[in-house]
Ligand binder design. Structure first.
Ligand SMILES: CCCCCCCCCCCCC/C=C/[C@@H](O)[C@@H](N)CO[C@@H]1O[C@H](CO)[C@H](O)[C@H](O)[C@H]1O
Length: 427
């Protein structure tokens, strides 16, 4: 259906949807065997859909899978294996990605002419004090522990040296005989290197970074291994998710970092967007239009810098399930009324605005952009009226689905009682 509507599918094989049996029976991504199971699954997808799908993403945001699944425990499987679980999970995910890439390269590429990449989430880290060498190094560590953790093995064959050094030193200080960061064998490094035909980048926000030493007796933690502190500027807009601040200039710096660090790879922006709080039913999401305008503009500057950005996808089309936040954070350009039976969707103002940006493939000029914004905000008032009517619609649904059947049942019961009363008086 996508192809019939001239939409090019980019398929993500793993967006955190681990079958429960693999978690319970094998320990999920703590088990190295997962690479084999995942590769078999990917191979089946290549076989069944490879004639129509030419862009494959093995994993979406493995950082969240590892850190939020096995360090903080905010996401499934909700384990808090401080300073070890996340590293083990990431190690197995990296090996699984490499196995899938080699499978495609050996068995399918010649026939299907597609590409296999990965989608890495990456915040940008900026030194609090750009004249302070310790802050500069801390900011570099922030990005290496975030993006470099996965990108460096897949493009260069091993973990970032700074990451290996810091985790090894912390592990030794804690009296461990070996580093909590697993190691790749020489064969694994060679097998891992250059296994991305493109790099997917999901980027949402930026942090100021400063050096902060965490004593090793504070316990094991991915976060304290980095010896840094994350800061935000309270003036940065943050309309939705508590972690998401709009800092557009960080996007350009991140994209240029990718270009220089990983040999100028082909980049697809696989996620970029902003949320609002659930209580917000306002379809006039001017904050989202501003976010898209500013971030896309920074991306276009990066393209002019020479960064090889081949595509951009906004996050996200519709309001949807946001993991541990449930439906309380809305990222969509379409508002979804989750309270109604058919989950009706209503376009927010960002829909016509984003349509104009992508159909123009950028920004013609300031005046044009402002007129797009004005027209977009005009449309949302009518959508708002429709949404306002929606309680009435859902009320009518309730009437037809609950009140009417209840009244009919009561009438039948009362008629039966009345009939029984009549019969008794006749006897
Ligand atoms: C000693 C210091 C301790 C510090 C402890 C800090 C704990 C932080 C916990 C992690 C918070 C991460 C929040 C941000 C994550 C984003 O990068 C991530 N959400 C991006 O992933 C994509 O986000 C999309 C929109 O939210 C969507 O969820 C998509 O599926 C994700 O891939």
């Amino acid at each position: 259906m996508l192809l019939a509507n001239k939409i090019t599918p980019i398929v993500t094989l793993y967006h955190w949807d681990l079958p429960q049996v693999l978690e319970e029976k094998y320990g999920g991504w703590q088990n190295a065997s997962m690479a084999n199971y995942f590769s078999e699954f990917a191979n089946l997808c290549f076989e069944r859909f490879g004639n129509r799908v030419k862009y494959w993403i093995t994993f979406n945001n493995p950082w969240s899978v590892a850190v939020e699944g096995y360090e903080t425990g905010e996401h499934a499987p909700g384990l808090k294996m401080g300073g070890t679980g996340a590293y083990n999970a990431a190690h197995n995910i990296l090996k699984a990605h490499a196995k899938v890439w080699h499978t495609y390269d050996a068995q399918w590429r010649n026939k299907q002419k597609g590409m296999v990449g990965i989608s890495l989430s990456a915040d940008w880290g900026e030194p609090v004090d750009v004249t302070n060498q310790r802050d500069i190094e801390a900011a570099e560590r922030y990005v290496q522990f975030y993006l470099g953790w996965f990108a460096t093995p897949l493009f260069n064959g091993d973990y970032p040296q700074i990451m290996k050094d810091y985790v090894a030193r912390k592990s030794a200080q804690q009296g461990l005989s070996s580093s909590r960061l697993p190691t790749f064998s020489p064969h694994e490094k060679s097998y891992m290197r250059s296994t991305c035909d493109f790099m997917g980048i999901s980027h949402f926000t930026t942090r100021y970074i400063t050096q902060k030493n965490f004593p090793s007796n504070r316990g094991n933690s991915y976060f304290t291994d980095r010896d840094l502190a994350e800061l935000v500027d309270p003036r940065w807009p943050d309309p939705g998710s508590e972690w998401l601040y709009s800092v557009p200039w960080g996007f350009r710096r991140l994209l240029n970092f990718v270009k220089t660090q990983y040999g100028d790879p082909m980049i697809y922006v696989t996620g970029n967007g902003v949320s609002e709080k659930m209580i917000c039913t306002d379809l006039c999401d001017d904050w989202r239009m501003q976010y898209f305008r500013d971030y896309i503009n920074e991306m276009l500057k990066a393209v002019k810098d020479g960064v090889n950005v081949k595509g951009y996808t906004a996050w996200s089309l519709i309001d949807k399930f946001e993991w541990d936040e449930g439906y309380s954070e809305r990222f969509g350009m379409y508002y979804v009324d989750f309270g109604s039976k058919n989950k009706p969707r209503y376009p927010k103002a960002s829909v016509p605005y984003y349509k104009r940006i992508i159909s123009s493939n950028g920004f013609p000029n300031e005046g044009e952009i402002e007129s797009w914004k004005r027209k977009a905000l005009e449309t949302c008032t009518s959508s708002n009226q429709l949404l306002a009517a929606d309680p009435l619609i859902s009320h009518m649904e309730m009437v037809t689905e609950i009140v009417v059947p209840t009244v009919c049942t009561l009438c039948i019961l009362l008629s039966a009682v009345f009939l029984m009363f009549l019969l008794r008086t006749q006897i």
